[in-house]
Design a binder for this molecule. Structure first.
Ligand code: ZN
Ligand code: ZN
Length: 298
């Protein structure tokens, strides 16, 4: 049933309910999205898809990733309540549709869309294959290694360190606030999607995480694309270290199984990665498959 229809049908009988029932019902109607401010002007938006970050400034609003069209519309409405400034920049950490499908909601209202050059290529390839080009808002600005711009009192820098979750993942650093959006470079205690069709590589991914750990400091706060149930989509260097070690453990485990003569099907039956006990979510076959293919493809 549509939420609105349900509300209309329910309002008629609302007066007859007990207070406890009313409270229960109210909680059901709470916004399905959640906004958490990390500083006075930088926050995150969670609803469905990869975590969105946003920054309010006197020079305009900056948004990192866009989830899906409905989710972006929810975000845009909320940000309009917080600021009268225009949308200056939409950044995509990478091309996956749970981070870029909502771009279309920014059509005509954002000055520029920015992503790594490979992210744009990947987004186009997928849209052409799926015949969804009319549903895309593509980046009109791309970069190769680094990109920096001052927006109000904040300086935003994007860095690209090579293949990882795809071949087009950026770190987005809000330097003054010392907050980094990692996109899907970090799945916090959740088995990752490893998109080999878009150039992902797990060994290189570990190095890309090391690059961030060297570049950013102990105080840096990170925003993650996804997290396992009960875990946060923000964290510190500890989470990056843990995720890098997890990727190493997956590769080590699969390599050992291959050496022991196990077939791919036998390896995929594993339910736990030794050393990766905190990763308890579904989807363990995804990194196992990717590791197997990476280790057996020349
Ligand atoms: Zn994602
Ligand atoms: Zn992704």
């Amino acid at each position: 049933m549509q939420r609105r229809t349900f509300i209309q049908n329910t309002v008629l009988t609302f007066g007859a309910l007990t207070l406890a029932q009313k409270n229960l019902l109210s909680s059901f109607f709470e916004d399905p999205w959640k906004i958490t401010m990390l500083t006075n002007d930088i926050g995150i938006f969670e609803e469905k898809g990869g975590t969105i970050a946003f920054m309010l400034s006197k020079k305009g609003i900056v948004v990192v990733d866009s989830q899906f069209p409905d989710q972006s519309r929810h975000l845009i409405d909320e940000l309009k309540k917080k600021s009268e400034k225009p949308f200056k920049l939409l950044i995509n950490t990478h091309h996956h549709f749970d981070h870029t499908a909502g771009n279309i909601s920014f059509k005509g209202i954002v000055d520029h869309v920015l992503a790594h050059e490979n992210s744009l290529k990947n987004q186009k390839n997928v849209a052409i294959t799926n015949k969804t080009e009319d549903k895309q808002l593509y980046p009109d600005q791309t970069f190769t290694e680094t990109w920096c711009q001052k927006v109000g009192k904040e300086t935003i820098c994007l860095s690209y360190y090579g293949s990882a979750h795809t071949n087009g993942d950026s770190y987005v650093h809000f330097q003054h606030a010392n907050i980094v959006h990692c996109g899907d470079l970090v799945f916090n205690r959740r088995h990752p999607y490893v998109d080999r069709s878009a150039g992902a590589n797990m060994k290189s991914w570990m190095q890309v995480l090391d690059k961030a750990l060297n570049k950013f400091d102990r105080e840096t706060k990170y925003v993650f694309g996804h997290a396992g149930t009960g875990y946060e989509v923000t964290g510190k260097a500890d989470e990056l270290n843990k995720f890098r070690d997890y990727l190493g453990n997956v590769l080590k485990f699969v390599e050992g199984e291959i050496k022991a003569g196990k077939t791919k099907d036998e390896i995929l039956k594993a339910t736990l990665i030794p050393g990766g006990e905190e990763w308890k979510t579904d989807g363990i076959q995804r990194p196992l498959t990717a590791a197997y293919e990476e280790l057996t493809t020349k």
